[in-house]
Structure formats: structure tokens, C-alpha cells
Design a protein around this ligand. Sequence first.
Ligand code: KE4
Length: 427
Amino acid sequence: MNFSKSHSLFEEASQFIPGGVNSPVRSGKAVGTKPIFVTSGKGCYITDVDGNKYIDYVCSWGPLILGHANEKVIDALKETLPQGTSFGIPTPLEIEMAKKITEMIPSIEKVRMVNSGTEAVMSAIRLARGYTGRAKIVKFDGCYHGHGDCLLVEAGSGVATLAIPGSPGVPENLVKDTISLPYNNLEAVKNLVKNQGNEIACIILEPVAGNMGVVPPVDGYLEGLREICSDNGILLIFDEVMTGFRVSKGGAQELYGVYPDITCLGKVIGGGMPVGAYGGSKEIMSSIAPEGNVYQAGTLSGNPLAMSAGLAQLELLSEPGIYEKLEEKSAYLEKGIMDAARKSGVEVYGNRVGSMGSVFFTGEQVKDFETAKKADTEKYAKFFRAMLEEGVYLAPSQFEAYFVSTAHEEKDLDKTIEAARKAFKKL
Ligand code: KE4
């Protein structure tokens, strides 16, 4: 493949944008490549400035569960655009979105729109602290909840990818109340809560971790956290920015039957436009200004373009059979890739929940950040580069997920599996 135009654009971008990218994980640093520059996407395909075409498994890091430039999403934007892009005044679309979210995720009785997953989580943390009057928060190693100061502790995603310890610029006093524990270890939470339970405002987690690579909750883990929180007046926050409307129509909470006090959303609810949201019971959400005193605001929150794109996507996802089809495609892909690895004698461990999954280059089970970090990131980098040459675009980091969309057809999955067979042979 020829990447010359992408590489010269990267040089130019690097003069004006830190690291040449607007988000670190896009840089390709972790997989020994420079980033490609994309010009268009349609269905499961993206095309770069050099004219190379790829089957895309990043899908904008999760939002494009129906593929790129889905017709109904684009039509919704075309219909809304001529009316204006933003008002900073309530619009009927915001009520429609709020009703749709509360209908699809019943644990949410009231919801506030924001403009990113980071904002949703930051707001949820402030809400939990304001509602309980407590300061401490508990997160889990390898989970990533956006780049809000108090959560950049043992974080996953780009922090793990670039092996940045926390982040400079986050003063100690902003993280002194953040406790990070190993994921999938209920004993660790029980021990902590025994000593400090009455100081903890919330426990926040990705109910299916996606930012250390995909790591599902072990049996009983979510139920155990729910019980601990209920017994100690601690709010349970599910960060469903990635899993929401991804692992099932009602997210991870519907899939596992465990319901949090607050849910954070993003990605899928924007249909590719910048959107986040957080919600919970009327009782808890009544603390949010202007109804209550916990302050949170946003110029573009609930803007009509994002609402219309997100609503179009959520309407389509409400149609019967969508998640069964996604499961079928994802299981087919996973089986094909794992079979290809086994036949090539390459040791990999695969985790998948619905249409989000990861292939770890390790022989042992990956069930938390410690075991995820044992994966051979060099091998993953080689695999990434080989797949790119074969016209398949994977996440440029071992500590991320691949996403299957409804637009991935069997012929695309077969091409991906064949590409993987060739790529494994090169390792
Ligand atoms: P944003 O602020 O990037 O919209 O959302 C932050 C966030 C919060 N919670 C979870 C579970 C998330 O996965 C994310 C963002 N995910 C990463 C990819 N793993 C976004 C990609 C990027 O940082 O460029």
C-alpha cells in the first residue's frame, strides 16, 4: 500500500496540532506507524487520501454501529441542517432524545445531554459527590472514563497505550480522593468499603471494560458491586459510553440485569456527532441545576444536529433483530480469526461481548489490567501493520476494541479472516 499522501499530511499536521492528531490514540505511535488520513467512509469501508480502501473496525471508536454515512442518519442531518445548527434555547428534539433514552434504558428516569463521554463522566462524578456529600471515588485499573482530572489514575485507552503514568498537570490534590482497584476483584472492593465505605461517593466502572482491550465482568462481579453500593449508600455508576446500545439495546445493564444509580452515555447516541449524556433516577437527577444545586452546563448540549443524528441511529437500533444480527456477524468474525491464529500457531486470547471484542497476543486468560498488560504489544503492532497492508483497519493499540457494525457483510468478514490468516503467518 502507498501511504505517501497520508505521511506528508501528517508532517504538515504535526506543525499545527500536538502530535499531528486531535486525540492521542489516533497517532499510530503504539503500532509503529504514522496515521492514515481519511477522506470518506461508507458502510464498513473507509478510504484514505492515497485512495487506499479499508474494512474499518474502529468505526470512530464505537459510535458508528450502523456503519459510515448511514443513509437515515445523513437524511436526518440534511433535514435538520437548513433549520439552523444551534440555538442555546430548548428545542423539541431534546425532549425526543431524552424520552428515547429513558425508554431504552429504564434505569434512567431523567437524563442530561452533554457533548462528550468525558463530560458525561465528569458530571456524573460531581453529581455523586454532591448527592452523597462524600468525596472519595473508586475506579478500576485499566478502565478509562475520559480525560477528566480525577479519573486519570491507572487509566486505560490512550493512557495505557502510551504508558503515560496518570498525567502531568493533574495535581496530587485532585486525585487524592480517587482510589483505583483491580478490575474483576470483588474482595478488593469489600476490603476497601469495610474501612472507608462511609467516605465513598461512588464506584464507577465500565460494566464491560473496553479500554484495556475488551474484558468482560466475571460472573457475580456486577451483582456484587451493586450489593456493596446498596448496602453502603454508595452510588454505582456504569460508564456505558462504549457499551451503551452496543452490547445490547439496553446496554450492559440490560445484558447482565444489574442496574446502576447513574449511567454515562456517549458514542452511539450521537450517530457520529459529538454527544454525551448522563442520567439516573428522578430523585438523584433532581440534584442537577437548575432543579438542584449541583452545577453543570454546556453551550452546545442537546444541539439539534447531534440530536437528530443520534435519534435516527437509536430509532434504527430499536428495530427487531438488529442485535441478533450483530451477534451473528461478531461471533463469525471471532471464530474465523481465532481459528486462523490457531492454524498459524500464534498464541492469542480473544475476549468479546456482542459486537465489541479484542484479540490479545498472549496465551493466558485476560481478565484484568495486569493480565492485559502481559500481551505482546510488539506482536500486536506487527499484526496491525500486516492487516493494514491487507486493507483492514484495526484499532492502533492492543488496549482498544474492534467494533463490528451492521454494515459489515459476510464477504467483508471473510476478507478480514483471510487477511488475518496472512498476517498471523508474518508474525
Ligand atoms: P470521549 O470524551 O472521548 O467522548 O469519551 C470518553 C470515554 C468515556 N468512557 C469510555 C468507556 C470510553 O471508552 C471513552 C472514550 N473511548 C476512547 C476509545 N477507547 C475514545 C477514543 C479517543 O480517546 O480518541
